[in-house]
Every structure is written in C-alpha cells, then in structure tokens.
Design a protein around this ligand. Structure first.
Ligand SMILES: Nc1ncnc2c1ncn2[C@@H]1O[C@H](COP(=O)(O)OP(=O)(O)OP(=O)(O)O)[C@@H](O)[C@H]1O
Ligand SMILES: [Mg+2]
Length: 225
C-alpha cells in the first residue's frame, strides 16, 4: 500500500489512510486467516466485502450517512472509503460528554437506527466503535453539537431483512455496547429508544417486542453459562 499509512490492525482487517484520486481515503483491507481453508476463507472475505459495499450503497441511496464508497478491489480484498479526518467514535465521545450532549447524540443514534431499519437494512455489528461523529467544520471541536453529524460505519456483517427479529438483535447489541461504556446506560438507552420510536412510527412496536425477547434469552444464557 504505497503512500498509505497503517492506522489500525483489527481482528479481520487492516485500516490504512491516504489519498486516492485526490481525496482523503480509508482503505479497509481484509487479510487471510491462515486457520481457515483458503477456498472458504476467500469466499467468506469476498462476502464480507460485498455485504459492506452493498449496505453502504443502500444506505446512501436512502439518505443515511455512511462514508462514500470509492472502490471495491476484490483482488487485494480492499474497500476504499471516504475518510473522515475530523471524527471520533461514539464510544470515545460518550465517555467525555455532558448530559446535554448525551441527550443529543442519543437522539441521533436512535434516529439513524430507525432509518436503516425502516429501509430493512440490518447493521449486524452495532457497537459504539462503529458509529462516528464527524465535525463538519473541520475544527475537531465536539463541544458544539450543531457542527456534528453522525455516520454509521463497518457494515461487514450487514444484510437486508424486513422481519423484526434481526432489528431487535441490532438494538440488543447496541444496548450491550452502551452498558459496557456508559455510567448511566439506562438513561442513555431509553433516550435512544425514544428517538427510535418517534422516527420509526410504523415498525418500532414489533422490533421492541423482539428486543424484550432477545434480552430474556440473553439473561437465560448468562444464568446457564
Ligand atoms: N471512514 C472513516 N473515517 C474515519 N475513521 C474511520 C472510518 N472508518 C473507520 N474508521 C476508524 O477505524 C476504526 C475501525 O474501522 P472499522 O470498524 O470499519 O473496522 P474493523 O476492522 O471492524 O475494526 P474494529 O474491529 O475495531 O471494529 C473505527 O472504529 C474508526 O475509529
Ligand atoms: Mg468496527
């Protein structure tokens, strides 16, 4: 990766940043897993890359903020995406934020989720590291929320599904993520659900029922071990 700088080594992918066609670009290169059969590994990786690019295109055509997709390069197992220089993950933002900012970001998270689910897009890995807050002014000042937009990333496990089940699981995954980082997770998650309800008037009820079911299953699993 000439002129690209490695910024993150994850479990499945290396993340590089650089310039592509004159624009700040993030390259997400999925690497081979030696323990998997090469043929199976290749198929799985390509499926992830296709799932991610398909979901990004669907989101963008539905007006949901995600990075722009610049290039799909199956030969090098890479996706080239718009890189947001002035951004932080929701995870880092939430740790520092005042109650007032939490209220605003919670609303935006709930509304973004309502929008993807309203379009039958399941994210599949909805943690607070996979939600970015971008400073539109480029000042990296996350104190004034009117300059911030929320962007969803990391769609490698995304798929289309119109039933409430997988939407409920998306909410559950997010709830667990918030419980693990926030000191008042109940308030924050309640605010997220409030926004989800108001922005998804025709679908939220079934999904919230599923969320309750998934929570009960999750608790049983914890008890059984
Ligand atoms: N378009 C982007 N602009 C700026 N930063 C980004 C962008 N996409 C990803 N990042 C940063 O890189 C991190 C990893 O990206 P991503 O979640 O897509 O890959 P990943 O392999 O799933 O990593 P992880 O296992 O940490 O979730 C993000 O948590 C975020 O901090
Ligand atoms: Mg991620």
């Amino acid at each position: 990766m000439k002129d690209f700088e490695l910024i993150k080594q994850g479990a499945e992918a290396r993340i590089y940043k650089g310039v592509y066609l004159g624009k700040p670009t993030l390259v997400k290169q999925r690497f081979e897993k030696k323990y998997r059969h090469p043929h199976l590994d290749n198929n799985l990786t390509k499926e992830r890359i296709k799932a991610e690019s398909r979901a990004i295109v669907r989101c963008r055509s539905a007006g949901i903020e995600t990075p722009s997709l610049y290039l799909i390069d199956l030969k090098t197992r890479s996706l080239y995406l718009e890189y947001f220089e002035h951004s932080i993950t929701a995870k880092d933002f939430i740790k520092e934020a005042s109650d007032e900012l939490i209220e605003k970001v919670a609303y935006d998270i709930g509304a973004a989720l309502a929008k993807i689910h309203g379009n039958n897009i399941i994210h599949g890995d909805l943690t607070t590291s996979n939600i970015l807050l971008v400073d539109k002014t480029g000042r990296n000042n996350f104190k004034s929320y009117s300059d911030v937009k929320l962007v969803l990333i990391d769609f490698g496990l995304a798929h289309m599904d119109s039933s409430p089940e997988d939407k409920g699981v998306d909410l559950y995954v997010l709830e667990r993520a918030i419980i693990s980082i926030h000191n008042n997770p109940d308030r924050m998650f309640a605010l997220i659900l409030k926004a989800y309800r108001s922005e998804y008037p025709n679908g939220h009820a079934e999904v919230l029922n599923k969320l309750d079911e998934v929570r009960t299953r999750g608790r049983k699993r914890l008890v059984i071990g």
